[in-house]
Design a protein around this ligand. Structure first.
Ligand SMILES: [Cu+2]
Length: 118
């Protein structure tokens, strides 16, 4: 008997799901900064040496002068869509774990938690 059946091709798994990326909230570690200073307050602090500002002081002062809150994570500066979230002012200049929907370079923040010290 020579009726050897060739195995049928295994159906390949179609994994084309990754292409569709719904805006799921993500959590990142970073700091709340301001759009004037971005990733670093050092330039501003250099200009106001006598004020002896902390990152927090600088962020709040910049926002008071028209800057917007931003979120800095891994050197990348994200704009924040919902500027009037109270937690932004509360944690300004400090390390946080921030949760929100990222759309390009803009985050709509849903949660700001204080980062644990390590
Ligand atoms: Cu500043």
């Amino acid at each position: 008997m020579k009726g050897i059946l060739h195995g049928t091709l295994c159906a390949s798994l179609l994994a084309g799901i990754a292409a569709l990326a719904p805006a799921a909230p993500i959590t990142m570690n970073g700091t709340i900064s301001d759009s004037m200073c971005g990733a670093s307050h050092s330039k501003m602090m250099e200009m106001h040496k006598d004020a002896k500002m902390t990152d927090r002081d600088c962020t709040l002062a910049c926002v008071q002068h028209g800057a917007k809150y931003v979120f800095v994570s891994d050197g990348k500066v994200y704009q924040i869509a919902n500027q009037n979230m109270p937690a932004l002012m509360k944690q300004a200049g400090e390390a946080v774990r921030l949760t929100g929907d990222v759309n390009g370079d803009t985050i709509t923040v849903s949660k700001v938690a204080v980062a644990k010290h390590q």
